[in-house]
Design a binder for this molecule. Sequence first.
Ligand code: SF4
Length: 483
Amino acid sequence: MTELDETTLVFVAHLDLELEKLTGRSADRTKVLDDISLQLLEGETLGIIGESGSGKSVLLKAIAGLVPVNSGAVYFETPPESMYKAVKLEKEYIQGAKTGQGAIPQAGEIISPDLSELRKRFSLIGKSLRKTRKSRKEIYFVFQGSRTAIDPKKTVWDTIAESFKRGTDLNRSEIDNRIKEVAEAAGLRETDLQKYPNDMNVEELQIVNIARALAVEPKLAIMDEPTSDMDISAKAQILNTLRDYQYSRGMSYIVASNDLNVIRVLSDRVAVMYLGKVVEYSTLSNIYSGMLHPYTKMLISNSITLENGQGLIDGQIGDRSPVIPSIPAGCAFHTRCPVAFKNCGWTAAEIAPLIREIMILNKNTDLSNFPPYHEIIPDLGANSLKITFEGGTHISYEFVGELNRLIEARVLLEGGIPLQAVESVAVSPGGDFVTIQLLKPRVPRLMEVKPGHFASCFQYGGLEDYPEKEPEEPKAKTNEEAA
Ligand code: SF4
């Protein structure tokens, strides 16, 4: 993100990750992370929300260097002056080279030498563990699924003590005191410290998981669903402890959770993710009381009406959540957005069933003078539909006019929004087929709508990046014209 603040601890810039990197299959070109930029200030918590499949967990792992990425940068503990410069140049990079192109770098987009140098010197991405060991020692990752994250052969005491093997200045008795202190703060009893994981339930193990992160007091703790297995009282205690440690030790957190209460209690800033993209980012109060993006509105308003009052969002909203690897073109949220409009990214594949419906519905009425259609063929590259007819009949301009009228009539009906994306209906020169041309899918980019409040939605601008028509190439003059 783009706050120029000298207390920035982590700056994530333009992270891109294609599924191929995770699966090893070259056909998996879907973006799991798509141009993610985020900022975490020292002593603050960045909360990340979004449904399952939004990319929250992968993003956390990418920041921690636990999964590879295709491109981008993660600046951590960068000297203030260089961090300031990196934030500024990374911001210019998105506003310049990437503007209007969505997340995919286009041919000819070149990172400036200054930015390239900054990435080379300070970004953790692409560097070996050996080279980044010192920085990574200050990052602690708390995994989701505590039972698998804890060695079953070690007692709780040994499990927590093991965290110090990453390197510490403390002596043996200081470590012992630290373990007792953190265990008590997290809500573990003294007797728990001698237990083995198999003697504990998942809630207790999750507490151990967090306690061992807090014990070493890293500068940054990255936590994936830290309280998902806890009951309300254990959760309250651990959230208090996390806050206490943050205030007293100056720790910073990045937390992903489906539990909006956890996000509300811990976060200073919140990023909302949808299908691999950050669609809104701002302070906690802006997100909760001044949310901009239709997805955020859906997410938060649905969560607070849930019966159990827990504010859980996982899989709770709508039933049309597309699952990676099929990310809709244009604004990925357009298939569920209650306020989507014609420019939001409708594709030929999405519109084909509606056109088919029109053709069938009107087969015996308005279009009865015309031959029945044979096929409706979407051309995904050109974002158009070709309608062919039975019997090779010649199609007249009257038919095209009638079809246009029917499309316009259905634009006003429920479900008619996609039809607004129809740009033109034309008959082929030979009169043997009709082409329905749709608007080109466009990708909204994350923009600073208000100071410190970012959203990616065409309601707040960005369409101006896309001219209504592609500029036409100037035609070469004929010999006669030249003369
Ligand atoms: S750009 Fe905005 S209005 Fe359009 S579909 Fe996306 S979220 Fe909805």
